[in-house]
Design a protein. Structure first.
Length: 147
């Protein structure tokens, strides 16, 4: 998990720097009304962080295999109104929740990383996969924001 931890630390650093130095008009620009703005993508990453922090912690004590509950990404972005939220506030929230996630990841052992999860009916993996996937997901969306 050392690579995953390092990658998440670097993503948080580069993402925060990029967003802090961006113009508000660039962050809120929408090329298509049905697409998310960069600010909404950041909001989606917050929602992902909230949901995954819950998963990463609940798996520690819930019955195994831990069942992944889906969440409605588009509705959460809209309900939280990230587009019209203060950029500094959502950036700080994104950094804070991911610092907590970093802490939780660092606490895992080989035993806990092997905890079984059910992604979908009859599709199983483990906590290690879920944590790596979370960081890969963040990288994908930060690339959208920074390009």
């Amino acid at each position: 998990m050392k690579q995953t931890i390092y990658k998440l630390e670097q993503l948080l650093k580069s993402g925060a720097e990029y967003i802090s130095n961006s113009l508000e008009s660039d962050l809120t620009y929408k090329s298509n009304p049905k697409k998310w703005s960069k600010k909404e993508i950041l909001g989606h990453l917050i929602d992902s962080g909230i949901n995954n922090l819950q998963r990463f912690t609940e798996i520690q004590f819930d019955n195994k295999p831990y069942r992944i509950r889906k969440y409605n990404q588009d509705r959460l972005v809209k309900a939280n109104d990230y587009q019209n939220s203060e950029t500094k506030e959502i950036l700080e929230f994104w950094k804070s929740i991911n610092n907590r996630i970093l802490y939780v990841i660092k606490q895992q052992t080989e035993e806990t990383l092997a905890f079984k999860i059910e992604l979908e009916k009859e599709d199983f993996s483990d906590l290690r996969f879920l944590m790596n996937d979370y960081v890969d997901h963040m990288e994908h969306h930060l690339n959208q924001i920074m390009n």
